[in-house]
Design a protein around this ligand. Structure first.
Ligand SMILES: [Zn+2]
Ligand SMILES: [Zn+2]
Length: 215
């Protein structure tokens, strides 16, 4: 990921058609000799009008007798010219690197690390921000999310309940774990959720003050 980021801003031009090369994720195996490329990113000329691609069909037909062509390619940080055999025009279009997606993923990752660093002091500071963010982060590790639950119970701030209740958990076991945390937080505050309208009411209430239901 960090390596990909390093190469995202590199601009390379195809010497054959003068079009910008497209950054693509490198396939795990070198198509030609079974070795890795040694790079996570390949810069490929995906221009269907590029003479390398247009003329490649006849060249390969003549030389090897099969239906394929070439795409021009460079590795990051290297001016070396490479030509890759492709079976059709769609080859590599599926692994074009989505720059915005990678940048936003990276932003998420940095944010998650920041929250993780704050987790240890959260209970002492009575700050639910970090444990809540980690519990609700579907990309965070499960044991960390469970630890965040325990910290939320320890802090017992009712503010954490709505965000937990409104979060669509992908992992049902984590959802029930978070549900238990909600109940524990309510209990520590001498509260409960109304079974009819889900509003938070006093633990000893017989009637809900929001929906007037018997509880
Ligand atoms: Zn080209
Ligand atoms: Zn109610």
């Amino acid at each position: 990921m960090t390596n990909i980021l390093r190469y995202l801003d590199e601009v390379k031009i195809c010497p054959h058609c003068n079009q910008k090369l497209t950054a693509c994720e490198a396939p795990p195996i070198h198509v030609g000799d079974g070795l890795g490329w040694g790079a996570e990113v390949l810069f490929i000329c995906l221009n269907d009008e590029c003479p390398v691609f247009v003329n490649g069909w006849d060249k390969i037909e003549e030389a090897y007798g099969h239906h394929a062509s070439y795409r021009y390619m460079e590795l990051p940080g290297s001016p070396e010219k490479n030509y890759m055999m492709v079976g059709n025009a769609g080859a590599f279009t599926g692994c074009i690197i989505d720059r915005e997606k990678i940048l936003s993923k990276n932003k998420q990752y940095i944010e998650q690390k920041k929250m993780m660093a704050r987790l240890d002091t959260a209970a002492a500071e009575k700050d639910i921000t970090a444990p809540l963010a980690i519990l609700l982060d579907e990309g965070a590790a499960k044991d960390k999310r469970k630890q965040a639950c325990d910290i939320l119970i320890e802090i017992a701030n009712l503010e954490c309940i709505d965000p937990i209740r409104n979060h669509p958990f992908r992992d049902p076991s984590l959802e029930s774990f978070a549900g238990l945390a909600v109940v524990a937080v309510l209990k520590k505050n001498f509260k409960k959720e109304c079974p009819h309208c889900a509003e938070i009411i006093k633990a000893q209430a017989k009637k809900c003050k929001y929906c007037q239901g018997d509880v």
